[in-house]
Ligand binder design. Structure first.
Ligand code: SF4
Ligand code: SF4
Length: 149
C-alpha cells in the first residue's frame, strides 16, 4: 500500500467509525437531564452520552437526518417523512447549527471540538432561540436555560 492510499484508507475508516449525530443534538446532549420521549429513548440517550464521556474525542458525523439518538425515538417515523412540517422544523434546527458552526452537512468533527464550537459560536439568546425554536423541552433543558441567560 502506498503512503497516499494508506492515508486515504485511514481517513475512510475515521468516516466509517464516526458516530452519526444530528447537528442540533450537540445542544440537546448538553442539556439532557433525564427527560425524553419514552424510557427507551432516555436509556439510549444516556448510552450515547456515556459513550461520548468515555471517548471525548470520538469522531462525530454531523448530519441533518436520523441519527444515533433518533433510532430509539417514538417520533422517528414522523421525523423521517421529508414533507412533514415537523420533519422540516427539526431539519431546520440542524441547518441553523451547521450554518453557525460554518460546517457542511456530513462534516466529521471530534466530539469535544464539536461541543466547544457549539458553545463558542451559539451563545447569544437570539441564536439559541433560533436553534431551539418551538422545542417543547426548553424548560427541561439545561443547555437552553444556561446558555439563554
Ligand atoms: S431546547 Fe430542545 S432543541 Fe434546544 S437544546 Fe434543548 S432539547 Fe435541544
Ligand atoms: S423528535 Fe425527531 S430529531 Fe428528535 S430525537 Fe426524535 S426522531 Fe430524532
Amino acid at each position: 500500500m502506498t503512503k497516499n492510499s494508506k492515508q486515504k484508507s485511514d481517513i475512510d475508516s475515521i468516516y466509517d467509525s464516526a458516530l452519526k449525530i444530528r447537528a442540533h443534538h450537540l445542544c440537546c446532549i448538553q442539556g439532557f437531564q433525564g427527560y425524553g420521549y419514552s424510557p427507551v429513548f432516555v436509556a439510549n440517550m444516556r448510552a450515547v452520552i456515556s459513550d461520548l464521556e468515555a471517548l471525548p474525542s470520538r469522531p462525530l458525523k454531523l448530519v441533518t437526518e436520523c441519527d444515533a439518538i433518533c433510532v430509539s425515538c417514538p417520533g422517528k417515523r414522523e421525523c423521517n417523512i421529508q414533507e412533514s412540517v415537523f420533519s422540516r422544523e427539526i431539519r431546520q434546527m440542524d441547518l441553523v447549527v451547521l450554518d453557525k458552526l460554518s460546517l457542511e452537512d456530513g462534516a466529521v468533527v471530534k466530539a469535544d471540538e464539536a461541543f466547544r464550537l457549539v458553545n463558542s459560536k451559539i451563545n447569544r439568546a437570539s441564536d439559541i432561540e433560533e436553534v431551539c425554536g418551538t422545542c417543547k423541552w426548553k424548560q427541561k433543558c439545561l443547555w437552553y436555560m444556561q446558555e439563554g441567560m
